[in-house]
Design a protein around this ligand. Structure first.
Ligand SMILES: [Zn+2]
Ligand SMILES: [Zn+2]
Length: 165
């Protein structure tokens, strides 16, 4: 819990750092956050506007949604929130974080940020070609024999060799 009384009073910024354990989070049978998520940031007051800026750093490990190859990727994601003690109008709540008593639960806030970030489709690379639906061959490793009718007899001979294993 961050005490923002000093920040709201204009007495300088408040740096913070903590780690989040998201190792229990289960997405479609995967637990992609094996290691703790490291969060660092500051809360600052600029002319009465209180802004929280944070960076969440973590390794996300999951199989590619197209080809199934295990992928481990490091992320440093920036998140920004405007912190208010009250909302001027009910429609305003988009993007604003309410801290009526000038206390902010930054752990829950950043945990929600990271969970909302989790990609619906996680790929080993943007142009992953996936697996052949006939033979299961990983098409990132090159075309498989069942897809392409070889015009070149030397290629046909090579592909019949490849087919055997
Ligand atoms: Zn892939
Ligand atoms: Zn194939």
């Amino acid at each position: 819990m961050l005490n923002l009384t000093g920040v709201f009073a204009g007495e300088g910024s408040l740096p913070f750092a903590f780690s989040l354990d998201l190792s229990d989070l289960d997405f479609y049978g995967q637990r992609p956050f094996a290691q703790p998520v490291q969060v660092t940031g500051t809360v600052e007051n600029h002319a009465g506007i209180v802004t929280l800026q944070a960076t969440a750093s973590f390794v996300y490990a999951a199989p590619c949604d197209r080809c199934g190859t295990p992928v481990e990727r490091r992320y440093d994601l920036p998140f920004t929130h405007t912190v208010v003690t009250e909302l001027q109008s009910p429609e305003e709540d988009d993007g604003y974080v309410l801290a009526p008593d000038q206390q902010l639960d930054a752990e829950t806030l950043l945990r929600d940020d990271v969970v909302l970030w989790v990609p619906l489709k996680f790929l080993c690379r943007p142009d992953c070609k996936g697996l052949c639906d006939q033979c299961g061959h990983n098409l990132n490793d090159g075309p498989c024999a069942c897809r392409r009718e070889p015009a070149d007899p030397r290629l046909a001979a090579l592909q019949s060799l490849l087919k055997q294993d």
